[in-house]
Design a protein around this ligand. Structure first.
Ligand SMILES: [Ca+2]
Length: 254
């Protein structure tokens, strides 16, 4: 004898929908973290390649390390990832200082670095330990020379940062995140190591290895009245291993 099959009641449907919604709420952040983890791995690989390119550059230039920039000759200024023509606001990636060693534009940029932060010069999300490796020495008339160190001056290459995930807070408004290619050490006025990969940032070291670290966050106010909470909420901290932010043991040449 035929029995009419019974459909779902409204309550049953609502329960099923609620369970699906709960599962989605639990799983979507997991998926997002897994995607970010994949980008972190890609970024780590990029930094390792860029740092190896940096090592090759030094061996080609009498063991002097790569300058953070080669100041403008005419309208064109050279950075590691591009040459930039300020008259036309155009980038020439093939003119980048490390391009001959990488022959690849894609690996220049961190996959988690937001495009809108790249600005005209095509910032890549990676910042260079210029403070110790390639200082800008200003003249009284604000022209400057770029002074580079030698490979031999780096006493512990496996403990000396070359490149890292970097960014900064705008000097104009004190709160907006922006790109930055100059990585500051803890002893300076503001932190620039960006923990953009699930709270961690990647670092390339002078011996060619790369690894992820958690930024060390400042407290209170520092520099010219910067608010630590603004930096903390943007995952901007320092690269530090001894808990003392007055010493630059991961970035100096000792
Ligand atoms: Ca320290």
């Amino acid at each position: 004898m035929l029995t009419r099959s019974r459909g779902f009641t409204l309550i049953e449907l609502l329960v099923v929908i609620a369970i699906i919604a709960i599962l989605a709420a639990i799983l979507f952040p997991v998926f997002a973290r897994a995607r970010e983890k994949a980008r972190q791995t890609q970024c780590l690989s990029n930094l390792k390649q860029i740092t190896l390119g940096w090592m090759m550059y030094a061996t080609d230039y009498d063991e002097r390390v790569m300058p953070v920039e080669i100041p403008s000759s005419g309208d064109v200024k050279f950075f590691w990832w591009t040459a930039y023509n300020s008259a036309t606001s155009t980038q020439i990636p093939e003119g980048g200082l490390l391009y001959p060693y990488m022959k690849n534009k894609q690996i220049n940029a961190c996959p988690s670095f937001k495009n809108e932060l790249r600005s005209d010069v095509g910032l890549t999300g990676y910042a260079y330990n210029y403070h110790y490796l390639s200082r800008l020495a200003y003249n009284p008339d604000w022209t400057y020379e770029v002074v580079t160190t030698s490979l031999a001056a780096i006493q512990s290459p496996s403990e000396t940062v070359v490149f890292a995930d970097g960014a900064r807070i705008s000097f104009m408004d004190g709160k907006t995140l922006e790109g930055n290619t100059y990585l500051e050490p803890p002893s300076q006025n503001y932190p620039g190591f960006h923990g953009r990969h699930n709270g961690m940032g990647n670092i390339g070291f002078a011996d060619g290895h790369a690894k992820a670290e958690t930024p060390a966050y400042r407290t209170g106010t520092f520099g010219y009245g910067s608010d630590a909470e603004v930096y903390r909420s943007n995952s901007l901290g320092d690269i530090d291993s001894d808990g003392d932010l007055t010493t630059d043991e991961m970035m100096d040449l000792q």
